[in-house]
Design a binder for this molecule. Sequence first.
Ligand code: SAM
Length: 288
Amino acid sequence: MNAQEVRAILHAHGLRPRKGLGQNFLLDRKALARIVRAAQLSPDEIVVEIGPGLGALTEHLVRHAGHVVAVELDERLLTILRARLGHEERLHLVHGDILRVDVPQVIRAHVSPPEPVRYKVVANLPYTITSPAIRHLLESTPPPERLVLLVQREVAERIAATPGDMSLLAVHVQFYGRPRVVAHVPAGAFYPRPKVTSAVLEIVPHSMPPVPAEERALFFRIVEAGFHQRRKQLRNALAASLGLPKAQAEALLLAAGVEPRRRAETLSLQEWARLHAAYRERDKQGRP
Ligand code: SAM
């Protein structure tokens, strides 16, 4: 599809792209091929597409995967999709908000897969819901085996950051999986043209989380405390946000092998996990 064809399809249905739903349709063949290649699909696999839009990416996915479950919020686009791709037997079009959908359940409802459900997620994500959508997907049970997402370049780079440039968002995503920026996609690859450059982001979930699931809330409480005043040294940030005397915050950091004057953005996932373990240990010993 080129921009003219997209405009013609929308025009024929009396529609305009909805900014609020992040409707920037992908036109560029190279970018479409790059996304599909990054997904490493095989003919027996299930892929979930978020926001199929007019079906540019969906057409490719149907050719490479066993089943495509495509979840679209805009009912108007589903009408177009049914007309364009309704004949594809292995395409399952679902009306819904991805943030409210239990993805494995939707797959079970349409495909009857063997358990545990195995699937991948591929999407040109509406930029309006990037962070909550990634988090929702990574917290699914079971999570996808691989996510390939087209997102704003700046967000992709923030998510795939390394110690020195870490943010709360990077820790949140890297807690669940290993992110990597696969390719950059220029604004001219879309209709309508967005204001920013995009990037293809791959996330491969870990087989084992860095801390057990039941410890997740405490782990993130500590990370959020560290980032609460991100320009502060960790000993001060943790003391202020966790309500600890400074000496105790320092002792915790030293027990975790983290120099107390470091700042939150310099810590790796392993260091946050060690800090969490040191905090748990302190709790067990009944310290105030
Ligand atoms: N996949 C198409 C493409 O690449 O050309 C369209 C991508 S467009 C960036 C985002 C799509 O997500 C739109 O079709 C939009 O209607 C849909 N969308 C927006 N919010 C959604 C949500 N919460 N759940 C599911 N789909 C959503």
